[in-house]
Design a protein around this ligand. Sequence first.
Ligand SMILES: *Cc1c(COP(=O)(O)O)cnc(C)c1O
Length: 230
Amino acid sequence: MFIDYETFERRADSVRAEIAAACRLAGRDPSGVRLMAVTKTHPPEAVEYAARYGLEAVGENRVQEAVGKRALCTAPIRWELIGHLQSNKAALAVAHFDRVQSVDSIKLLTHLDREAGEQGRRLAVLLQINAGNDPAKFGAEPADAPGLLEAALAMPNLQVDGFMTIAPLSDDPGVARRTFAALRQLRDELAARTGAPLRELSMGMTGDLAIAVAEGSTLVRIGTALFGAR
Ligand SMILES: *Cc1c(COP(=O)(O)O)cnc(C)c1O
């Protein structure tokens, strides 16, 4: 049995309270941090709940799963891809997602740009950076970020909104803090260098959302705190 809407609502209220508290501590306006519901592995009801609650977007990490789920959902909400994408699935991703957060190579950029052109649309993307230098994570290495961004900004059918990262798993909260601070710093440098606004910083999950907000996150991606353990 999946959770009922009232349970979801209570949990979403408490996640929003946690975001607001972190914003207060950091002297930030809570309207500058959006909450994305990560619905991977959960049934279509999870997407319906997120829409009914008023969230703008859901995150899915596998293309095939999202395509199946989206066919069963009528809720008006944006779908974003947050998981690793192979170039040979670029066409499917462009057809079914409003934004791809997991762009980490020039090869993938090229495929997405070509497919977006063929499908007659402009695709919003985030560049995923392995800001914690975690060998277990996807994402471009920070040293490759300038070249990746330069290539992305030159693609006619892509719109680069900013960056995404996943902090390494660690018992030490300092690891997540340093990871998020490094991404924010990289964004600030690259925005200054290129003149592109690069406003979006997609950082923070259930376990590290307060740290991410403190370090400048504009979008937290929350699954477990909303829907329970997977
Ligand atoms: C699964 C996932 C999340 C959500 O993680 P929780 O810890 O369940 O909140 C966020 N971002 C990405 C990229 C994910 O794959």
